[in-house]
Design a protein around this ligand. Structure first.
Ligand code: COI
Length: 354
């Protein structure tokens, strides 16, 4: 069904591929030749189509613009040494997109459109998948409301699209993070666990305030007490204290990261101790002071494994242990990358191969 999805394909007459400098890829500014589009109206999905990447036209009354019914996903395709294209855990993204859709009162995207469309789109643009070190083709599926109406109610029409972009790493250097204790990303019962566009927009002002002080990103804390760590920027948060990897447990304020889930699985398999439990800012600071904090890092599709070298909390900045001693993040981060690139065997069946 997925392989045989009937898609109308209009190939580009002029590929832009030769204009791309694959050795200097900014994140998310260069887009591959094609995009997928499928529309939902009268309770049903239309036949999907693949077209040259380009502008779309919308009514100024489009409800997504006014009321924010807009969700997205992020995943990556890698090129193996034998020139296979490997897409990492796309079914997980499909499931998470539909969980976000349910929370935002939007229609679920059928598996054959999401995965079947993805397959055909990436097959068409396979030459856009970079093959150097940590570069990848970043895949951005998204769904938004398209009713032209100003009434506050769920839209009756929607558009699902996939665009792709060859990218290098999201963070190019180790990070300086601040534990945020004033602003809130998500509250229990809100939409923090959905990949809702507004979550990212709402995080920009607090992040910008921190960036004015030379800080790269924020570690969000719980909305009630601002005591417990949640996410960091666009990543899930990981802490190693003594020999144990600790990460906050999933709940309605935390995005269920696919990199998070994969990282935890590989860490357990490698024989390290893993705990999913609340971790407070005070616990982290005390561990830094006593020398038991070994590693602090974020994980995400775009960010991969992002090391944190400095941490600010309540106006004080702490230097964290050097990267060279970070056993878990370095070994598991590398292992994950090797699986994604087909260097190590994919014993979990995580890759979709084209
Ligand atoms: C991803 O890792 O795919 C993200 O969602 C980060 C993105 C907002 C740049």
């Amino acid at each position: 069904m997925i392989d045989t999805l009937d898609i109308e394909i209009t190939p580009t007459s002029q590929s832009r591929l030769s204009q791309v400098d694959f050795d200097n890829l900014p994140f998310g500014k260069v887009f591959a030749d094609h995009m997928l589009i499928a529309k939902y109206e009268n309770g049903a999905w239309s036949r999907a189509s693949i077209q040259p990447f380009g502008d779309i036209s919308l009514s100024p009354a489009t409800s997504m613009i006014h009321y924010g019914q807009s969700i997205f996903e992020g995943l990556k395709a890698f090129k193996s040494e034998s020139n296979d294209i490997l897409i990492f855990r796309p079914e997980e993204n499909w499931k998470r997109m539909n969980a976000s859709a349910v929370r935002m009162c939007m229609p679920e995207v059928p598996k054959e459109i999401f995965l079947g469309g993805l397959r055909q789109l990436i097959a068409l643009d396979r030459n856009w998948v970079p093959n150097n070190s940590e570069s990848a083709l970043y895949i951005r599926p998204f769904l938004f409301a398209t009713d032209a109406m100003l009434g506050v109610r769920p839209s009756e029409t929607y558009t699902f699209m996939i665009i792709t972009a060859p990218v290098g790493p999201y963070y190019v250097k180790p990070l300086h993070l601040k534990i945020e204790t004033e602003f809130t990303r998500a509250a229990l019962g809100g939409v923090g666990s959905a990949k809702a566009a507004g979550n990212y927009g709402a995080a920009m002002y607090p992040a910008m305030m921190a960036q004015k002080q030379g800080i790269d990103q924020l570690i969000w804390t719980d909305a009630k007490e601002h005591k417990y760590l949640e996410e960091a920027g666009t990543m899930n948060m990981m802490v190693v204290i003594d020999d144990t990897l600790i990460t906050p447990p999933l709940k309605s304020t935390i995005l269920p990261g696919i990199t998070r889930k994969s990282f935890l699985e590989l860490t357990k398999e490698a024989g390290f101790k893993v705990e999913e439990r609340p971790v407070s800012a005070v616990e982290v600071i005390e561990a830094i002071q006593s020398g038991t904090l070994k590693e602090l890092f974020g994980v995400g599709t775009a960010a991969t494994t992002a090391q944190v070298e400095k941490l600010t909390f309540e106006g004080k900045t702490y230097d964290l242990p050097s990267n060279a001693h970070r056993v878990i993040s370095n070994s598991i981060g590398q292992k994950l990358l090797r699986i994604k690139k087909g260097i190590d065997p994919d014993t979990h069946g995580w890759n979709m191969t084209l």
